[in-house]
Structures are given as C-alpha cells and as structure tokens.
Design a protein around this ligand. Structure first.
Ligand SMILES: Nc1nc2c(ncn2[C@@H]2O[C@H](COP(=O)(O)OP(=O)(O)OP(=O)(O)O)[C@@H](O)[C@H]2O)c(=O)[nH]1
Ligand SMILES: [Zn+2]
Length: 335
C-alpha cells in the first residue's frame, strides 16, 4: 500500500483526492463501504445538514460527486466525522437513487431545471382563501409539477376565517384532488389530527406563495420546529423564521412522516414538464389516447379524447380539467 505521509489518517488515505494526482479507484472503495446512511434535512450554500443514525451532521459534497446535486430529502452515504459536534465536517460520497424528484425551472423559458425536493411522495399545495387572493393558475401549475414528478397532490386551503372555500373547490373537485381547509384560530388538536392523518407515514413537500400561512401551519404541526430550525440555524447562521432553503422536519410520533417546508414561491416554471406524464394523473382518460395522433398534446383539434368523452367513456369535466392543466404550460402574464 502506498503511503501518503505520516499525518494522514485512514480516512484521508482512502477518500481525499490526492494532491499529487489521481489515485486508483480501488483505494477509495473501502471507505464507501463503511459509509453511513444519511437523510438530507437541508442544504445551504453547499453545506449539507443530514440526519445520520439520529445525529444531525454537517457535511460537504465529496469532490468526486462532481456536479451531481444533493437536495433535501436525498438519501446519501456519508463518511468522516459523524459525531455531529460543532465545527466538524463530514463528506457525502454517494447519493442514492431517487424515488421521485420535484423539479422546477425559474420560469418557463428557462431550460435549467432544478430538483427542489427528492424522494417526496406527496405535494401539499398551500393556498390562502384570501389575503393573498388564491391564484388558481399557480395551483394548477403546482398540480402539473406534482403529476409530472409522480407525487400525490393535497390541497391545503388556509384562512377559512376570511373567505369560504366553495368557489375554489369547485374547480378541483372534478380532478379528485384531496383537500383540507384550515383556519389558524381553530388550529386545535382536532383540526391538526385531520391534517396529520393525511401526512402520516409520508414525505410531504409543502409549497405555497409567500404569506399564505404555511409557516403558521407547519409550526403547529411540528412543535419541535423552533428547536429544529434553531439547530440548523446554528450551522447556517441564518435568521430564525425565514425559510430560505427547503427544510425537512419530522412530524411527532412513530412513522408520522416528514414535512419538507420550502421557501415561498412566486411562480413555478414548467419548462421541463412532459405532457404525456400529466395524462397519467387521469387514468379514466388515458385509454382514450390510444387513437390520438403521434405526439398529441391532447389539447389540439385531432385529439381523440373529444370523441372518447362524447362516447360517454368519461366525464367531460375531466377532459376540461386535463386541458386546463395542460394549458398552464403556456406562459401568461402574471405567472
Ligand atoms: N386570518 C388568518 N390569518 C392567518 C391564518 N394563518 C396565518 N395567518 C396570518 O398570515 C400571515 C402570514 O402567515 P405565515 O405563516 O407567516 O405565512 P407563510 O406562508 O409562511 O409566509 P412566508 O413566510 O412569507 O413564506 C401571518 O400574519 C399570519 O398570522 C389564518 O388561518 N387566518
Ligand atoms: Zn390527444
């Protein structure tokens, strides 16, 4: 075995790329084998905070990962100092395959897509019924992103003390989207239990426009939040209440699931979305696309879905819903 100087410890010998040039891969392997599994809680300017065997560890991406992104929700392999003590830094040497990736682009013309959250299985779209006014096109865009990523959408309508949910819900009932209506004055145990029931055992990414009451709701769901954000902020040095980076928070109780809080969004770019994946969210319509022309957008005159619906195979409101979602991919003023 080659020696790299008497001050290098085992770990350095195995993992740190040599300053003198490249080393055969085989020297790195053993370290990866004793790597521990970590769950990424947040990433802030290259600093990855992850949970390793119950300990919160700060890590950097190993150079060998190159440009591969590490995002909240990722399952990673971590080596190095896993004590979680102040000023220690571990290394993420591998990102496990993702079961899902919620993506967005800054806007529709932007081909650069970012994975916002990895491995979530549910997307909670938080919308206020008033103050700020609901923005149905933003909701629709979030729904398209959820369907594209294979996440189950959940509509959370807040501030029910200010306006009734009826009109907004009418637009979403034909889509069969699950929903819950909240009001901060009545965020008592009964109301929270309903929301917790919908989140149980799942990894739910929360998205919403700034000011909709997402923080109020998440804080009520995760009483530990103050402590959790305090701990993360000790690492990042950021302010206490601003959600700057997405952050994973454990819901209290065994297998209660995770909430992934994300910074308030103004828009949700959909450059990356493939319309053929959106149709999967409409299993009642999907068989009707068999007669569509090749690469049909399902929103054009030759689309076979009109005939399919006219023949009574599915409800016309379902086709309207699908087309409304597909149309959100076209950019409009205010998106
Ligand atoms: N009337 C009413 N106000 C609410 C309700 N929930 C939250 N608010 C208020 O709405 C404002 C925004 O709430 P936040 O929880 O900070 O909203 P947010 O979505 O986290 O906003 P950002 O932090 O900007 O992303 C605050 O003044 C809350 O007190 C509600 O159910 N009803
Ligand atoms: Zn079609």
């Amino acid at each position: 075995m080659r020696r790299y100087g008497k001050n290098t410890d085992e770990d350095d010998v195995r993992v740190r790329p040599s300053r003198r040039g490249t080393r055969p891969r085989t020297h790195r392997r053993p370290a990866h084998e004793d790597a521990q599994e970590g769950f990424v809680l947040t990433v802030d300017r290259g600093r990855i905070t992850c949970l390793v065997d119950g300990v919160t560890v700060t890590a950097m991406k190993a150079r060998e990962l190159g440009r591969k992104s590490v995002v909240v929700g990722d399952r990673v392999a971590v080596v190095g100092d896993l004590s979680g003590r102040r000023d220690t830094l571990a290394r993420v040497v591998r990102v496990e395959e993702r079961s899902s990736a919620l993506r967005r682009t800054a806007d529709d013309d932007d081909p650069f897509e970012r994975v916002v959250v990895a491995n979530a299985d549910q997307l909670a779209i938080v919308t206020a019924l008033a103050d700020p006014e609901p923005r149905p096109r933003l909701i629709d865009r979030c729904l398209v992103a959820a369907f594209d990523a294979g996440l189950d959408p959940l509509l959370i309508l807040t501030k029910a003390d200010l306006a009734a949910p009826g009109p907004l819900l009418q637009a979403y009932l034909p889509m069969g989207i699950r929903h819950v209506v909240t009001n901060h004055e009545e965020l008592d145990e009964a109301a929270l239990a309903t929301v917790r029931g919908l989140l149980a055992g799942r990894v739910t990414a929360f998205v919403g426009h700034s000011g909709v009451g997402k923080t109020t709701l998440v804080n009520a769901l995760v009483p530990e939040r103050q402590r959790a954000t305090g701990a993360v902020n000790a690492v990042t040095g950021r302010g206490r209440h601003t959600t700057v980076s997405a952050l994973a928070l454990p819901l209290p109780g065994p297998d209660a699931g995770w909430v992934i809080d994300t910074p308030g969004v103004r828009s949700f770019g959909l450059h990356h979305v493939d319309p053929s994946r959106v149709i999967h969210a409409f299993p009642d319509l999907e068989p009707g696309t068999a007669e569509c022309p090749r690469a049909c957008s399902h929103d054009e005159p030759d689309c076979a879905l009109d005939a399919w619906v006219a023949a009574g195979h599915a409800d016309p409101s379902r086709l309207d819903s699908l087309r409304r979602l597909l149309a959100t991919r076209e950019r409009r003023e205010g998106d």
